[in-house]
Design a protein around this ligand. Structure first.
Ligand code: KIV
Ligand code: NA
Length: 278
């Protein structure tokens, strides 16, 4: 498959072909996304919860995100690699935002960065896109990094005023130079309106079927993360059950001395050496 670039994504968008994005946190997952032909791979800071066991995403550091991003980059040959800038690494001012984005590209091997921000981050996004020349994906709606300020993990844009604020944010982010926008947990109608108004692709998660593309959290859609599954997630597999069963069988096989099997899983000396050894 040819390398997916920002131009490929623009082409999919202008051809009206839905863009498939998936999160990945490590090399094997990246390879799997690559084999499936996923267009964009996202090293989401959701990894704080689903891979590192934190209660929310606010604890993960830029260095930790870069470590995962590098691992994923070794598995993505053609897929376009986007990595999240975590909480606190692009908030203070334009220069710190640019510095974080540059590190994510240079040390994290990302091709683009994503940040959770509305119109108030416009100047920082502009600095990353036009100052450093790094493509940026925006993210509005339910923004987990600011879930505390939003009053928890809740659907956004349910009231007319709140929906209008999301539209204003989306327009400002496009104006600031974002080449795509993630729309998370909002009514389908609001996401449809934003998608219609914008000239850049929208990637939805819990934002209905009429966005320009979709993204899901890998561990949620595979059935690996069992603390909760959001309403918008379709579980495409129950991998967690399979993994638990395999580990249980392994443990029992060890206890029962059924594993390893002498012969199938073991090494022998040469017959002569064995003879004299015995
Ligand atoms: O961190 C993440 O996985 C994300 C996606 C849900 C869009 O930001
Ligand atoms: Na994220």
């Amino acid at each position: 498959r040819a390398k997916v670039t920002v131009h490929t994504i623009k082409k999919l968008y202008s051809d009206g072909k839905p863009i498939a994005m998936m999160t990945a946190y490590d090399y094997p997952t990246a390879v799997s996304c690559e084999r499936a032909g996923v267009d964009m791979v996202l090293v989401g800071d959701s990894l704080a919860m689903v891979a590192l066991g934190h209660d929310d995403t606010s604890q993960v550091t830029l260095d930790e995100m870069m470590h995962h991003s590098r691992a994923v980059s070794r598995g993505t040959r053609s897929a376009f690699l986007v990595s999240d800038l975590p909480f606190g690494t692009y908030h203070a001012d334009e220069s710190s935002a640019v510095r974080s984005a540059i590190r994510m590209v240079k040390e994290g091997r990302a091709e683009a960065v994503k940040l959770e921000a509305g119109r108030r981050a416009a100047s920082r996004i502009d600095a990353i896109v036009h100052g450093a020349g790094i493509p940026v994906v925006g993210h509005i709606g339910l923004t987990p990094q600011t879930a505390v300020a939003l009053g928890g993990f809740r659907v956004q844009g349910k009231s007319v005023a709140n929906a209008q604020a999301l539209v204003d944010d989306a327009m400002a982010l496009q104006e600031a130079g974002c080449f795509a926008l993630v729309l998370e947990a909002m009514p389908s109608l609001v996401a449809e309106t934003i998608t219609r108004l914008l000239g850049i692709p929208t990637i939805g998660i819990g934002a209905g079927s009429r966005t320009s593309g979709q993204v899901l959290v890998y561990s949620d859609m595979m059935g690996i993360f069992d603390r909760f599954t959001p309403k918008f997630c379709r579980r495409f597999a129950e991998v967690g059950v399979t993994m638990d069963r395999a580990l249980g069988e392994y443990k029992e096989a060890v206890r029962a001395r059924q594993f390893p099997h002498e012969g199938a899983h073991t090494y022998a000396m040469s017959p002569a050496a064995e003879e004299s050894w015995r």
